[in-house]
Each structure stands twice: as C-alpha cells, then as structure tokens.
Design a protein around this ligand. Sequence first.
Ligand code: ADP
Ligand code: MN
Ligand code: MN
Ligand code: MN
Ligand code: MN
Length: 339
Amino acid sequence: MTKYKLEYIWLDGYTPTPNLRGKTQIKEYGSFPTLEDLPLWGFDGSSTMQAEGSSSDCVLKPVRVFPDAARKDGALVLCEVMMPDGETPHPTNKRATILDDDGAWFGFEQEYFFYKDGRPLGFPADGYPAPQGKYYTGVGYAQVGSISREIVEEHLDLCLAAGINHEGINAEVAKGQWEFQIFGKGSKKAADEMWMARYLLERLTEKYGVDVEYHCKPLGDTDWNGSGMHANFSTTYLREVGGEPYFLALMDAFEAACADHIAVYGPDNHMRLTGKHETQAIDQFSWGIADRGASIRVPHSFPRNGYKGYLEDRRPNSQGDPYQIASQILKTVASVDTA
Ligand code: ADP
Ligand code: MN
Ligand code: MN
Ligand code: MN
Ligand code: MN
C-alpha cells in the first residue's frame, strides 16, 4: 500500500472570475487511484464565497484525476462543487451547465503574462522595453529574458506528465507574454484540462516569485497587446456535414446571441475588443476567412472543404472560464437546425 497525496482542486465562488482552490488529504491505495476510489470531501464554503457562515459545508465531488509529477505519490483531483446533499450542483458549479457531447471538440489558446513586482517580467523598473515586434515566437535573452522559458518548459512537462492534452506553446506579441494550447474531444475534457493547466502554472510559479497575470489588458490602453483565450470548436455535424447554408445560419445565431457570448467571455473585455490589435470591437459581430480582425475566424480550409471543419471564436479572453465559454457556444450551436 502507498500513501497518496490527493490534492482536491475546485473553483471558488468569486465573480466574474473564479479562483482555483486546493487542499490535500492522504489516503492509502494499492495503486494509483481511479475516480471510483476517490471519496466525496467537504470544505468551508463561507471562506470561498460559496456559503453563509451559519451553514458553510460544501461538497467536493471528484470528476477527473491526474498524476502529479511535482509531488511524490501525488494525485491532482479535479472536483465539482455540490450542495450538502452531494447530488445537486452548487450554483457556482458551471461545469454542470455544459450539455456535453463527445462530438464537440474544443481547442483553447491560453494567453497570459508573467508578472514580477507589478510589471511584466522583463520590463525595466521604469518605462518600457523595446516596442512589440520581435517578442512573438522570439528567441534570445532580449526577446524572452532568462527565466520565462524555464518556467514554460517546466509547465509543459508537468502538463504532459499529468496526461493533459497540451498541444503547444509560443512566446507572444508582448514582452513577458506567452501562450499554450489545449485540445480535447469533449468540451468538458478540454475545459477540465485548461483549468488543471492553469493550476499547474500558478503552483509552479510560486517558487520563482512570479505571478501569472490573466487579465485581458494588463497594460491598459497602450500599444501592448492584450491576452485572449481563442476558442476553436467543431461538432460532429460541422466536421462531417457542414455546408454553406448551415454555416450561414450558424453565424446568424452567433450574431443574435452576441451579448450572451460576451457576458461569459471574460471580464473587462471592452478593454481588449477594441477593433485594434487583431480584435473585433466588442459590440460588433463579424466572421471572416483567415481574418484575425473578425469575431469568428474561418480557416482557409473550411470553405475549401465544403464548409466543413472547425471555427475560431476569437472573443473569449484570457480570464474567461472555459466551462462557461464552451457551455454558451454549445447552446448557440444547439439552437440551429441541422435538418
Ligand atoms: P492560431 O494561433 O493560428 O490561432 P493555434 O495553433 O494556436 O492557432 O490554435 C489552433 C487551435 O485549433 C489548436 O488548439 C487546435 O487544437 C484547434 N483545433 C484544430 N482542429 C480542431 C477541430 N477540428 N476542432 C476543434 N479545435 C480544433
Ligand atoms: Mn495560437
Ligand atoms: Mn496567440
Ligand atoms: Mn494574441
Ligand atoms: Mn488563435
């Protein structure tokens, strides 16, 4: 028997953006535990904006388990928050709102900044470094500094060891800004793994004394790029049937539901979706082939293949909750007739 360190991880009740929380319990197993081996657990919801002090118990229900390479005999246990009955999803549990379908594939591109002492990592104490230009996919100390790549590489290895379907990384347009991509067949799978990857990044950067800044426009109204979390998505129907009339009806539905989408695409998005820096304005909806200034970018291959394949919604921002984003996209897709 081995004593495993089980890190139960959940999302708290802060709005508009929940925070990751975690606590450890030790349990003995003969081999690495499966989901069925993991018991429900509880926590004090009055400390996480999830309950009143007078009746503070919330329930943690394990939904995914991953190996934790940073910890000897460690497991990362991703949980949904449930009401005290253990069966009713807590109102803050947005994962439970996804009408899932294994045929829905999602690829999220998470952009973020590393911050140190209140400034992007690599910025001088006063003023600004050289303007944007050579940082994106750059190499060399002047481009990426000395510790960001080390953190990014270590994060990638932790994600791969956990079995997260990490697809790639790149240095981004602003100094101190990076991106990683996660793809999943099943929207819950993709969104779960995005939250786990965020957890691993936040935990890893503790020892470097570096913060992860997920705000979508941390440098405000300047010529420094903001951070997005583009949501690439496809359904079985989009991949296998598609067609121009269906695609146009889908885009009409997205236009009609624009406000519902923006509502869950992350806070302060008006600062980022300005129509500049490869974005569409927050109150406009547009789609375009290979157009990075559109709300939805249609890959070149899509019309070429008979309007089949995947689409990229460029509006979700870096602080958005992938559960809520996927939930809204699938709701709008479901409103369009495939007959
Ligand atoms: P870019 O930076 O040019 O927008 P990336 O390579 O960073 O492109 O991201 C493209 C994303 O599209 C990847 O995360 C990938 O997983 C996702 N993707 C590719 N094919 C599909 C598909 N059929 N359905 C959903 N997502 C897809
Ligand atoms: Mn990308
Ligand atoms: Mn990017
Ligand atoms: Mn970008
Ligand atoms: Mn993209």
